[in-house]
Design a protein around this ligand. Sequence first.
Ligand SMILES: [Cu+2]
Length: 158
Amino acid sequence: MLRIFNRALLTATALCACAFSYAQDGLTLSDAKVRQFLPAASSSVGYFTLKNDSQRERTLKAVELESLGRVEIHTHEHSDGMMKMRQLDSLTIGANSRVVLQPGGLHLMLFLPQQALSVDQTLKMTLIFADGERVHGQARVFSLIEQKRDNGSEHHHN
Ligand SMILES: [Cu+2]
């Protein structure tokens, strides 16, 4: 039943290729993107925004991405005056709140690409929650040049 619903939702979303946004059971996945691997690099990064419009806290346990052998959830933290990355076992999204994975903060770390990724290619993405719930979406492949341009015009809001 839920599977049929998911498929219908994906089909409906696919009709509007411009909107990379997927809503399901109060959870909305948007802006999912994966950076192209640099030549000879063994890892790359991915980002997305996840909004939780439900009344319950959700715990993201894992992320799966098509064509990528391993995906880890990472955070950046200050340690002895240096920024360090640390892998997280899970990521909690409070009721009526959202998490944003973005450069310099929370991010996905991607390993073991099973094929070369080309810019604007879309990869199936699955978010797996602690209660077994799954949210499906698609991530767009972007280039490092695009990321630099985005960072250059980045504004910080507190
Ligand atoms: Cu990392």
